[in-house]
Design a protein around this ligand. Structure first.
Ligand SMILES: CC(C)(COP(=O)(O)OP(=O)(O)OC[C@H]1O[C@@H](n2cnc3c(N)ncnc32)[C@H](O)[C@@H]1OP(=O)(O)O)[C@@H](O)C(=O)NCCC(=O)NCCS
Length: 373
């Protein structure tokens, strides 16, 4: 069995960002138009009037101030309220592939590796833009990587599950190094007409190089001490979009064909599960929570993260201990915890213990214990 390290991370951030104020202005224009168009039916009690959104509520309830997006214009157009990402020919790299390349190139550079050093590509994300061929095989082709590639989806936990999958392959000698990427166009599955959730998501891609410790040369290395995964079925975060939709015409265009959630229930049920899993994971490895210098947590809700770390530490965490990126990125699904990791690792002294943890739909929870080399 080989020892395994993470030797480089990368981030692709879209060029455009939308503030809460811009998003709310578009939403409220839509609400005013809907209520005007349906004024008679609303007066007769046949249609329910829509209620305005509020930037102050969004920041207070979630901690989100803005989000990066692949297309700003389409989302903010009150007549459209969805990103516009034109079809590409089969001769062009797909949108997900393009984002993955951006993140992967930086991860390769930080790891000091070239395509020739990589034996496999895993694309792990919440939303794959087509059924097949796998996006990972396209990324392989775009970067000139030999070996194998496959896609996997564990919603917001895709990255930690992807890291365990890659680490297992490397431990067993199936690959020297694997590129694991998380391209997330979360705005593609977000219902921008839903007041309860229109502010939640943003777009980004992250990449992680996982490789054999004895081959790693970069100065950004973390030992993968241990990984622990957990899933438990829940309908509280769900998206019923899929290839069988055309076989059930009655459901086409219904709200459940985009992201839907019971936010309060998710908050209440997932926080204790995450704290318990991380606590158990550290204990199983004879490690103390108080020795963990950094928690790179999934970035969905600021209060959720505060609560999880407080449950673990028995006190509030400092900004350094549990770095926040959701204020400017919003929830980028599987990319979130890796963005926090990527942006907040270089200051850690050698030997520092850290935890990368994701949580989301499924429910699915992942914990990766890392030690800076
Ligand atoms: C989604 C979330 C931010 C909502 O925050 P919340 O405090 O639970 O808010 P609620 O939905 O209970 O709504 C509270 C109030 O704000 C109102 N509200 C909801 N959306 C609003 C908006 N956009 N603008 C203004 N008010 C709003 C509600 O109508 C409700 O009003 P009421 O108290 O008069 O009934 C929060 O539940 C959350 O982040 N949960 C975890 C979700 C998560 O991690 N999901 C994983 C996704 S991968």
């Amino acid at each position: 069995m080989h020892n395994v390290v993470i030797s480089g991370t990368g981030l692709y951030t879209p060029a455009n960002s939308i503030s809460n104020e811009e998003l709310v202005q578009s939403f409220n224009t839509y609400v005013a138009q809907f209520n005007a168009d349906n004024a008679d039916a609303i007066a007769r009690g046949e249609v329910e009037a829509l209620t305005e959104s509020s930037a102050a509520f969004i920041e207070k309830a979630s901690g989100i101030k803005s989000r990066f997006v692949m297309d700003k214009e389409g989302i903010l157009d009150p007549q459209r309220m969805a990103p516009r990402l034109p079809e590409r020919s089969n001769d062009e790299w797909s949108v997900l592939c393009q984002m993955a390349i951006g993140a992967a190139e930086q991860a390769l550079q930080r790891a000091g590796k070239t395509a020739a050093d990589i034996d496999g590509v895993i694309v792990a994300c919440s939303n794959l833009q087509r059924a097949y061929p796998a996006i990972a095989i396209e990324v392989q082709e775009a970067l000139g990587i030999q070996g194998f590639g496959f896609d996997m989806n564990v919603a917001c936990s895709s990255a930690t599950f992807g890291i365990q999958t890659a680490a297992n392959s490397i431990q067993l000698g199936h690959a020297r190094a694997i590129l694991m990427v998380n391209p997330e166009v979360c705005t593609g599955h977000l219902n921008f007409r839903d007041r309860d959730s229109h502010f939640i998501f943003g777009d980004a891609a992250t990449a992680v190089i996982i490789e054999r410790a004895d081959l790693a040369t970069s100065k950004y290395q973390f030992d993968i001490v241990s990984t622990k995964l957990l899933t438990k079925f829940s309908n509280n975060i769900r998206n019923n979009f899929g290839f069988l939709n055309r076989a059930a015409e009655e459901g086409i265009g219904a709200k459940d064909k985009l992201f839907v959630q019971e936010g309060r229930k998710v908050f209440k049920e997932v926080c204790p599960m995450v704290a318990e899993l991380i606590g158990e994971h550290l204990q199983e490895n004879q490690l103390n929570v108080s020795d963990v210098k950094r928690f790179w947590l999934h970035q969905a809700n600021l209060s959720m993260n505060h609560l999880i770390v407080k449950k673990l530490l028995g006190r509030d965490a400092t900004e350094q201990e549990a770095p926040v990126i959701l204020d400017t990125y919003a929830n980028t699904s599987s990319a979130g915890s890796v963005i926090s990791f990527h942006k907040n690792q270089d200051d850690l002294p050698a030997g520092s213990l850290a935890v990368l943890s994701s949580f989301g739909a499924g429910y699915s929870i992942g914990s990766v214990i890392l030690r800076k080399r």
